[in-house]
Design a protein around this ligand. Structure first.
Ligand code: F55
Length: 814
């Protein structure tokens, strides 16, 4: 597509889609006209991809996820279509700057963090690898809240991402499904006289599809992200309406539409929220009904379902799908239980994302019975057959059987969704090698012993398109100039950079790029926070959700330690560092919110103290999201991956930093282990207890205060926080944090403190030799190839889904 063609299309859209003369058009109007122009291009590929799917007998990967954290579409689509230069020129001729138009897009923040972003990276890789795929999820009207920092505290602002419309989605009012809730079940006799069960629900909502094209990188494959939006059912409305209950009818509409109103902003389940169960069932039911409709449309028998669809459960959030598919097959399609079960198990795969026992989803049984009475019966039946087979073939004792049961009978009865997912899936995977091993030894041990062949590992990955080519154009240009552009789709080619780490001229260029990225981030941070950072300093960055297990407070204890050293000796020669933090806390997570306040409080003192602020600064970047993440990863020198060993399933931010040439300071947790294996232990700053050591320490009886007594720098740091030094003399604000650490410290912050500080001192030593630092930085990028989501998706396709590449030909329409 040439610049003049693009220009014409933008002008046409201004006139025909938006209805504004160019002279009156705003930046937002131009953004939309450009977005629609780009969408037209995608749509050609989209139609061909759907066509290929309908004409050939192909299998499609269906990724079921309650979250898709897509980030802005425009830049990514320009990159994948390869039309950025032409577009830049076209809009320039119309008096616009492309960067200004890119800034007009509101990012669709339909996810909390790693899990949602992983789904987005996987959609990018599926399309790029030319694998047919459908992403199924929820079209939340309000995504993850916008975070503002006021007086150092997090404030949550409603994310009205749809307020100016969304040019990337296409509503499909003809693709709708009814989803029932509540009521009861009853026996009846079918035409053949057989006794069957029927669900008599007392409410229904309608789900409508909104499709977003997912364009692969420089290929014709364009897949679909299909998000469901809840609407009231006319039939139900009409009843009330006709009987004169107009307000009742509207009321029902309001209730129905609340189902997809808002994303739950927790990155751990909040126990037993009814609306969340409604959301899960709603989107899963729509998605499975959609698959069955697609099967019918192709004239395929129901039995072939698992040959046509591989359905992956992104954590347990969609795991009700196991019971729903059984219901659709047994109740609605009248398959035998045995046939339906074979289909179900062959269809599903389950990805686990957490080892924290408190983060495993369970639903109170009474809630389940009230909303999904038929599904509860189905789960009982699955459980009865499962436990009978366990007793029979494995001769397990009662304790064992209790532990395996889909129902937790300790205290208030609850449904264990991870157990349902395991029983209903032929493949079960963790998201990093260590995590997959620990799963087998801890939370899913009993299932592993039953079905070792179902367990496998799929180490996470991130897309190099968004997180390198798009986020770091300068480094990408340097790399491409040096080794060609094959690395964008074959990241293992980054290895060709290794010898250049010995080339002084190349190192200089590498440093200049990093410097320029740091300047850009410094400009952004100054604008957002008023805090000035010097790009010649080390940028030490921790961005991720705020969580005790991720230990942002360990990081801030290091800052306070350096502060104390400098206060004691203002002439102390320390390498100047900017500590950059970012991340959202769940609104109800009390301690996490205090950690944010502490970071900002320490920042205020440090940044305004002339004794220290020439060597130390602290900035909290408000509202960490995909968009500003793209500015942050490329500007980092040091990546903080300091979770307590055994707690972070994988991490994916760690991969984004490594790809962009940051060195990591980290524990042996999640994918850190594999990152260190790849980049070499001499290029990674390792500290902290291993998983085994943490377990041993906790078994022995961990006494955090002993570490304070044994370490004067730690004692001094804790004393300072408690004294109100960072809180204008207020000794109350941080008391809960200090007490929690001193009395229980569930994530072993104090136990790892001394080793962390020693390791940070080592980091500072290496930083003093820029040539060596740069050498290590280059080697980190060069050896990060494994962490591409292309590698991960290839493994899913080959080892779990059996989904093959399907090149899409564009037929000439002329
Ligand atoms: C969101 C909602 C609920 Cl109810 C539970 C969890 C989440 C969530 O966002 N989890 C999440 O992000 N988990 C992370 O998944 C990543 C991708 O696999 C991992 O890298 C990371 O370790 C894990 O914490």
């Amino acid at each position: 597509m040439s610049a003049p063609e693009i220009k014409k299309s933008i002008l046409d859209h201004l006139t025909y889609s938006i209805g504004r003369p160019p002279s009156l058009a705003s930046k937002q109007d131009y953004y939309k006209a450009l977005a629609l122009t780009v969408r037209d291009r995608l749509q050609q590929h989209w139609v061909e991809t759907v066509q290929a799917y309908l004409e050939q007998d192909l299998k499609v990967a269906c990724y079921l996820s309650a979250e898709f954290l897509m980030g802005p579409h425009l830049g990514n689509n320009l990159l994948n279509l390869g039309i950025e230069n032409e577009v830049r020129q076209a809009v320039k001729e119309m008096g616009c700057e492309l960067d200004e138009l890119l800034a007009e897009e509101e990012e669709p923040g339909l996810g909390n963090g790693g899990l949602g972003r992983l789904a987005a990276c996987y959609m990018d890789s599926l399309a790029t690898l030319e694998r047919l795929a459908l992403g199924y999820g929820i079209r939340y009207e309000f995504g993850i809240f916008d975070q503002e920092i006021r007086d150092g505290w997090q404030c949550e602002i409603t994310d009205k991402w749809l307020r100016s419309g969304n040019p990337w989605e296409i509503a499909k009012p003809e693709i709708t499904y009814y989803v029932n809730f509540g009521g009861h079940t009853e026996y009846y006799r079918d035409e053949a006289g057989a006794e069957r069960i029927r669900w008599v629900p007392d409410r229904a909502v309608k789900g409508m599809a909104y499709d977003t094209p997912i364009q692969g990188y420089r290929v014709n494959t364009c897949n679909t992200l299909r998000l469901w939006s809840a609407e009231a059912c006319e039939s139900f409305d009409f009843q009330a309406f006709n009987t004169g209950d107009y307000y009742g009818a509207v009321d029902d509409k309001v209730i129905s539409e609340t189902i997809t109103k808002v994303l739950y902003p927790n990155d751990e389940p909040e126990i037993g929220k009814r609306l969340r169960l409604l959301q899960q069932y709603f989107f899963v039911s729509c998605s499975l009904q959609d698959m069955l409709r697609l099967l019918d449309a192709q004239g395929q028998p129901t039995q072939r379902f698992p040959e046509k669809f591989a359905v992956q459960l992104n954590d347990t959030h969609p795991s009700i799908g196991v019971a729903e598919l059984m219901r659709l097959l047994v109740d609605e399609r009248r398959l035998s239980w045995e046939d339906a079960w074979d289909i179900t198990v062959l269809t599903f795969g389950y990805t686990n994302h957490t080892l924290l026992p408190e983060a495993l989803e369970t639903w109170p049984l009474p809630l389940f019975r009230e909303l999904l009475p038929r599904h509860l019966e189905i789960i009982y039946e699955i459980n009865a057959r499962f436990l009978a087979s366990v007793r029979e073939t494995h001769h397990q004792d009662d304790e064992h059987v209790k532990r395996l049961s889909l129902i937790d009978e300790n205290g208030e009865k609850r449904i264990r969704m991870a157990h349902l997912a395991c029983v209903g899936s032929h493949a079960i995977n963790g998201v990093a090698a260590l995590h997959s091993e620990l799963l087998k030894r801890s939370v899913l041990k009993d299932f592993y012993e039953l079905w070792p062949e179902r367990f496998n590992n799929k180490t996470n990955g991130v897309t190099p398109r968004r997180f390198m080519a798009l986020a770091n154009p300068k480094l990408s240009e340097l790399i491409t100039r040096t080794i060609g552009d094959g690395w964008i789709t074959h990241t293992e080619e980054l290895r060709m950079l290794e010898p250049f780490s010995e080339d002084a001229a190349f190192r200089k260029e590498w440093r200049l790029v990093k410097q320029s990225n740091k300047q850009q981030l410094a400009d952004y941070i100054l604008k957002q926070t008023g805090i000035e950072l010097d790009p010649s300093w080390m940028f030490d960055v921790q961005v991720k959700r705020i969580h005790e297990y991720k230990r942002q407070h360990l990081n801030i204890l290091h800052v306070i330690t350096l502060y104390n050293r400098l206060k004691r000796d203002p002439k102390l020669a320390i390498a100047p560092r900017a500590f950059i933090f970012g991340g959202k806390a769940a609104p109800g997570y009390f301690i996490a919110k205090r950690i944010i306040k502490l970071i900002n409080a320490v920042g205020e003192v440090v940044n305004n103290d002339p004794d220290v602020n020439k060597k130390l600064r602290v900035a909290f970047v408000p509202n960490f999201n995909v968009q500003n993440g793209q500015l942050i990863y490329p500007a980092a020198d040091l990546s903080e991956q300091i979770s307590m060993a055994g707690k972070e399933a994988s991490g994916t931010g760690n991969m984004k930093f490594t790809l962009n040439g940051a060195l990591t300071i980290g524990t042996l947790d999640g994918a850190n282990v594999e990152i260190r294996d790849e980049v070499g232990e001499e290029n990674f700053f390792l500290f902290g207890l291993t998983t085994e050591e943490t377990l041993r320490l906790q078994q022995q009886g961990y006494r955090p205060y002993a570490y304070v007594e044994g370490n004067s720098e730690l004692a001094e740091a804790i004393r300072l926080i408690a004294s109100g030094h960072f809180s204008h003399g207020d000794t109350e604000v941080f008391r809960p944090l200090v007490d929690n650490l001193c009395q229980s410290d569930p994530f072993l912050v104090f136990a790892d403190y001394a080793d962390y500080i020693a390791c940070q001192d080592k980091v500072a030593g290496v930083w003093k030799d820029p040539e060596n630092w740069t050498r290590m930085s280059i080697l980190n990028t060069a050896r990060a190839g494994k962490f591409s989501s292309d590698r991960a998706i290839r493994e899913y396709c080959d080892e779990i889904w059996d989904v093959r590449p399907v090149p899409i030909m564009i037929k000439d329409k002329t």
